[in-house]
Design a protein around this ligand. Structure first.
Ligand code: SAM
Length: 323
């Protein structure tokens, strides 16, 4: 009898090939009409916190992954791209970041990258969801590394907007906004508005810098990303967006660095490399002087989208993700 061919995908080195029908899948819609299917070796956590659905699983392709409300947040094999891109261009733009505040970022990786800078004396991580932080500490220990016990790290489960509102003026040199996407009814949508960015600007020192993840940069629909950039521009004189490729996200992702007086683009590759060396940053895999110069050179369709007129995001008219 002729042997039936199994519907299999090519194997990665050292892995069995994936049996499409019998595998367990995590399916994430990247647009309303497209999805990325991750074959999973095993699902480890599926928990509901007061704020969101939390899943942790081991994927064949990207190793351990954290998903919130069905959206990939970070994966073991490529999280370095997202976290280095979010943290280092902003901290390097500031000549001496001592006090850094992260809003969101519950996996701990953003904070780990901040405290790698030897200038940082205190670093706050304010994530609304204590369960994300507890589960990350237990199941994603490499993401945060030392942060959970480092004396410079202040970790608090609280709403980031409320925390900043109650903080003093000029409290931080750098604020990093590492939030989950603005899903309706979710915890983050009031932290994408002009009023929120005004609070951040006020809590930053006069030379302060902000960095944030700011939605997908996938053409053709740049609505969300462009709205965030336009909104930032109503508050910060220098707004420099760029786009990164994180394979586990399966779509290009936007990050922006913005400053009151400092412009990241003004730094030469040489100066970036000099600051990297002075700060004691040794284990970078994505970011250096050449990357810094290259990332801000975005393609024309993105520059056109930033220049086009359009709505901004306000407390009365917040932004929600389309999926
Ligand atoms: N890498 C991510 C991505 O894909 O965009 C973001 C990572 S991080 C896990 C997002 C965090 O934002 C979550 O842990 C979530 O609890 C937190 N968050 C959402 N709303 C928040 C709020 N209002 N204040 C503080 N943290 C918030």
């Amino acid at each position: 009898m002729k042997k039936k061919r199994s519907a299999g995908l090519p194997a990665l080195a050292g892995e069995p090939s994936v049996d499409i029908k019998n595998s367990r899948w995590f399916i994430e819609f990247t647009t309303p009409h497209e999805a990325h299917m991750h074959a999973m070796k095993r699902f480890i956590v599926n928990a509901k916190s007061p704020f969101q659905q939390i899943e942790i699983a081991d994927s064949f392709q990207y190793g351990r992954c954290l998903m919130l409300d069905g959206k990939m947040q970070s994966a073991e094999k490529d999280e370095f791209i997202y976290h280095e891109a979010l943290v280092h261009p902003a901290l390097i733009t500031h000549p001496e970041p001592r006090r850094v505040c992260i809003i969101g970022g519950g996996e701990g990786a953003t904070q780990k990258h901040c405290i790698w800078h030897n200038t940082v004396e205190k670093c706050w991580m304010i994530d609304i969801d204590g369960m994300v932080m507890d589960l990350s500490r237990k199941y994603l220990p490499e993401w945060g590394g030392p942060v959970w016990r480092d004396k410079r790290c202040i970790i608090k489960a609280a709403d980031g907007r409320k925390f900043l509102k109650e903080s003093k003026k000029s409290s931080f040199d750098v604020v990093i906004i590492d939030l989950s996407e603005p899903v309706p009814g979710g915890p983050s949508y009031m932290l994408f508005t002009k009023e929120f960015y005004r609070i951040v600007a006020d809590r930053l020192t006069p030379d302060g810098v902000i960095a944030l993840q700011c939605a997908s940069t996938q053409a053709p629909d740049l609505t969300m990303h462009a709205m965030i950039i336009r909104t930032l521009k109503t508050v910060f004189p220098y707004v420099r967006p760029f786009s990164i490729e994180v394979p586990a996200f399966d779509l290009p992702w936007g990050i922006a660095v913005a400053g009151k007086t400092l412009d990241p683009v003004a730094l030469s590759a040489h100066e970036v490399d000099r600051r990297i060396a002075d700060r004691g940053l040794k284990n970078l895999r994505y970011y250096d002087g050449i990357t810094h110069q290259g990332i801000f050179q975005v393609p024309k369709y993105l520059r056109d989208a930033y220049a086009a007129p359009g709505d901004i995001i306000t407390d009365d008219s917040p932004l929600f993700t389309a999926i």
